[in-house]
Design a protein around this ligand. Structure first.
Ligand code: AMP
Length: 502
């Protein structure tokens, strides 16, 4: 992470207010480099992929430069797919939420022309769309670029791969000469370089450097999961992993508290660690983790800087980091003082390209993390229940308890099995999830394979119905024997385990 704050970047006050409200703590590295350059009116060439914060890197400064009182299109963003166009348009809506009169219009193929034409007539300062449809509107005269101030090509290499490069060039040729231009691309194939040389002369270049460092003593795992199932996946990981203490990384301050509340409701001893806490509160949280008063900390990168707690056995990357540097710092919070550690990364389908980058940066492969199947999970829970029950079989109060229950059984003509069953149901009513009665739900499977391209312009990973996704049961999911066996026997006494909810 950079040391500069958003407040120091010179953004429009309304944009800064919106960013503060979203809860971003610090600019990501690409933002720290790109924002000043774009605010200064320079062209920008950014080598960055999804997950680095590149959308805000162009949206925040360019929004700061538009005239919100005029409804003319001033900023045009070209994106390879409908999904990305919508996502970028939503990001603009968020970052412009403090503007009085702001309109962003997503425009993409496959949708009727009429609503788009009506939207264009009503006026919008920012238009985000796929190249083909954008060009259609330019040719029809329904979109005019006379007052365009800036143009962004997002995921340019993707547009090239999908065969849109001619359309992109045709649009570029129609933009005013003095229009500011930014091009973002994860890679720089020759055709993209050529576009940059022609249309982005003297551009400021920003790049996320890949720090390469060997991550020793840390076993790295990756679990592909749909964004909306991340919490379920995390709950299961925490259930089956025999962790001593664990640190979970998220992106925003708001998410640290939100996730801490959710895990706390699931019975974990958890605390958030973020930049809103004062120095004393932060120290207290770290002290609680060291002393075992808390077992889990939910942190942002900034707040966890330099954190050194030897009992951290697990680092869970709930949200992907911005760059490899941040990843290496995160996983380095475990494996301290010569111990071994485990790092688990949750990736959504769109973020899978991160894997190769991270493997290269850490010089080590990521292993696929496999959650147990529902049947296996139920068996584990039964086994744990049995272990917990047996732990009370020589309890000091056992004789008195038996005498009491014997009396009840005799008076009510029950045998002891019925009494025990009723007691177990009582326990379940008091603490839902403590009795392993039902097989848990299967989490939808996301393929770990690299994204597949399809011919219709759909972007794998952008649309859950296309390319590389499987929905349904836990087929092919197996439990790795070592981990499965260690459940209930690991660093955590089974009796302390919280009830389950996922
Ligand atoms: P992108 O690389 O633009 O797809 O952004 C990835 C994610 O990072 C999005 O969910 C953003 O909301 C989030 N994000 C972008 N910038 C920041 C920041 N400075 N702090 C925290 N989250 C951010």
């Amino acid at each position: 992470m950079s040391d500069i704050s958003f407040a120091e970047l010179g953004l429009d006050p309304a944009v800064l207010e919106a960013v503060t409200e979203v809860g971003y703590e610090k600019p990501s590295p690409i933002q720290a480099q790109a924002i000043p350059a774009l605010l200064a009116g320079n062209h920008l060439l950014g080598v960055a992929q999804t997950g680095t914060g590149k959308t805000a890197a162009f949206a925040l400064p360019l929004l700061s430069r538009i005239d919100a009182s005029s409804r003319e299109p001033q900023l045009l963003v070209l994106a390879p797919t409908r999904e990305l166009a919508i996502q970028v348009a939503e990001a603009f809506t968020t970052y412009a939420s403090k503007f009085r009169h702001f309109h962003v219009l997503p425009i993409y193929g496959g949708q009727d022309f009429q609503p788009q034409i009506r939207g264009l007539k009503r006026g919008a300062q920012v238009i985000v769309g796929t190249p083909g449809r954008m060009l259609d509107h330019l040719r029809k005269g329904t979109l005019k670029l006379n007052n365009l101030k800036a143009l962004v090509l997002d995921e340019a290499d993707e547009m090239l791969r999908m065969g849109f490069i001619d359309d992109v060039e045709a649009i570029l040729a129609k933009t005013p000469d003095d229009c500011q231009r930014a091009l973002f691309s994860a890679t720089m194939p020759p055709q993209i370089k050529k576009v940059a040389q022609t249309y982005l002369q003297n551009a400021t270049e920003v790049k996320i450097e890949s720090a390469t460092r060997t991550v020793e003593r840390i076993a790295q795992f990756v679990l592909p999961v749909y964004a909306e199932r991340k919490l379920d996946a995390l709950t299961r990981i925490l259930e089956i992993e025999p962790f001593d203490a664990s640190i979970i990384f998220v992106r925003t301050k708001a998410e640290t508290t939100l996730l801490a509340e959710k895990l706390s409701a699931r019975g974990h001893a958890v605390a958030p660690l973020n930049g809103d806490l004062n120095q004393r509160q932060r120290e207290q949280t770290v002290e609680d983790l060291k002393r075992g008063k808390k077992d889990i900390i939910i942190a942002t990168d900034v707040a966890a800087r330099g954190l050194d707690v030897p009992r951290i056995t697990h680092v869970i990357n709930y949200d992907v980091p911005y760059d490899t540097e941040a990843y290496i710092h995160r996983v380095g919070r475990t494996g301290r003082a010569g111990r071994t550690g485990k790092a688990i990364l949750l990736v959504t389908p769109r973020e899978r390209s991160w894997l190769r980058t991270l493997e290269r940066a850490t010089n080590s492969p990521m292993q696929g993390y496999e959650l147990p199947s529902p049947k296996e999970l139920l068996e584990m829970r039964e086994q744990q229940f049995e272990t917990q029950l047996l732990a009370f079989s020589d309890d000091k109060k056992l004789a008195k308890a038996i005498a009491l229950l014997d009396d009840i059984a005799e008076r009510n003509d029950m045998d002891m099995a019925m009494v025990a069953g009723a007691l177990a149901c009582w326990m379940e009513a008091a603490q839902p999830g403590s009795l392993p009665l039902e097989q848990p739900e299967a989490l939808p499977v996301v393929s770990n394979k690299p994204p597949r391209r399809d011919s219709k312009g759909g972007r794998p990973g952008g649309d859950r119905r296309k390319g590389g996704f499987k929905k349904g049961g836990p087929k092919g999911q197996g439990r790795d024997g070592g981990r499965g066996k260690s459940v209930g026997k690991g660093g955590k006494p089974a009796g302390k385990r919280p009830p389950r909810k996922a």
